[in-house]
Design a protein around this ligand. Structure first.
Ligand code: 1HN
Length: 355
């Protein structure tokens, strides 16, 4: 046997190179049959010196996206589709339903008179409204009527349905954490018998009760924010005020994060979101962090350079900055960018880094 020969001729030490390679290969094959493998062959690729990402920088321009999404309205109803969503697939991750390795992004459309039936799932969702006025999402018994720029949360396991009682189509960006949930293989989902759930609270209750600098007596001890709709009408003037006051970060502009008013922490344990305003001519310093980020241009025009590649953006364009890639914003017109990432999840696990 080859192994015995090597031992005999070298007193237990490895044999000559040509011999030892063959012996090792035979050994690897033998241990593979027992579901084992040598760490020394893969150590540098499983514990990398720096983050390695398959995710690519990419932009989806709203002009293309909108007409293609509108076309889907003639192909399938919201009721049949359950959710009429076109997935924004990272070009390096086709077929995986991912914009980044941990986040799903898609554009959902709901036409006048349609209902997207009630269901719930462990994956949490953030919706950012792009187009239309006055369709609603009902979350946990409260209806939120939405306008462009509104930021709406559907937390882990919260029952939700959508409806459009307006006269215009409504389109929004959906970002879900299901790729992260599926990494843990912890997904559950269920639908309800009734397509539309009964409301148990007044419209606007959650923002009114929790988003006004006071908090109702009694504990809110959930892992997510009690506010379901952070309206653009309220958040835009805040970044505008910060910018007017000169409170402008050299990388991120005049920026706020959407906060859970009870804890000051992120809105969801898995995903965080920000809104930033930039003055005309802003040339941002470069930045990188381990959270891959999905941006939406809410207003304005500019470009974001990612690893030397410029992504040009205008209103309602969506773009992705992969983890640990240097990026900087260049702003042609006064602009507002919304962004979402998995930073809270990474921070909770103690793995988030920037720099
Ligand atoms: C979902 O439930 C919604 O509730 C939107 O509106 C997008 C993408 C994947 C899986 C479930 C929604 C989704 C989704």
């Amino acid at each position: 046997m080859a192994v015995a020969t090597a031992k005999k001729t070298n007193n237990g030490k490895p044999g000559p190179k040509h011999n030892i390679e063959a012996i090792r290969e035979a050994y690897y094959e033998r241990i593979a049959k027992r579901d084992m493998a040598p760490l020394w062959k893969v150590m540098n690729s499983v514990v990398t010196k720096e983050p390695v990402t398959r995710c690519q920088p990419v932009v989806w321009h709203y002009n293309d996206v909108k007409s293609l999404v509108m076309e889907s309205g003639g192909l399938i109803t919201a009721e049949e589709a359950k959710r009429r969503v076109l997935i924004l697939e990272n070009p390096a991750l086709h077929g995986e339903s991912k914009a980044t390795n941990t986040l799903f992004a898609g554009i959902q459309m709901i036409l006048p008179g349609e209902v997207a039936p009630a269901h719930r799932h462990v994956a949490a969702a953030i919706r950012f409204v792009l187009d239309g006025e006055g369709a609603y999402t009902a979350v946990d018994g409260e209806k939120a009527y939405m306008s462009p720029g509104d930021f709406v949360i559907t937390a882990n396991w919260a029952p939700h349905d959508h409806g459009n009682t307006s006269k215009k189509p409504m389109l929004w960006l959906d970002v879900l954490d299901f790729p992260a949930v599926n990494f843990f293989e912890a997904s559950f989902a269920e639908s309800f018998d009734e397509p539309t759930l009964e409301t148990t609270r007044q419209n606007g209750d959650s923002l009114s009760l929790y988003g006004s600098g006071v908090l109702p007596d009694g504990a809110w001890d959930k892992s997510y924010t009690p506010v379901i709709n952070y309206t653009y009408a309220r958040t835009r003037p805040i970044v505008e005020r910060m910018m007017a006051a000169g409170d402008i970060d050299k990388r991120h502009g005049a920026r706020v994060h959407y906060a859970n008013p009870v804890t000051g922490g992120p809105v969801l344990p898995t995903m965080g979101a920000w809104l930033a305003m930039f003055p005309k001519g802003f040339k941002g310093e470069r930045y990188r962090a381990t959270d891959g980020t999905i941006f939406v241009c809410v207003e304005g025009q500019g470009s974001t350079t990612v690893d030397g590649k410029a992504l040009e953006w205008g209103p309602n364009d969506v773009f992705v900055v992969p983890p640990w890639k240097h990026y900087s914003h260049n702003v042609a017109k006064e602009s507002i960018l919304f962004s979402i990432s998995d930073r809270p999840a990474q921070k909770a696990l103690g793995i988030w880094r920037e720099g």
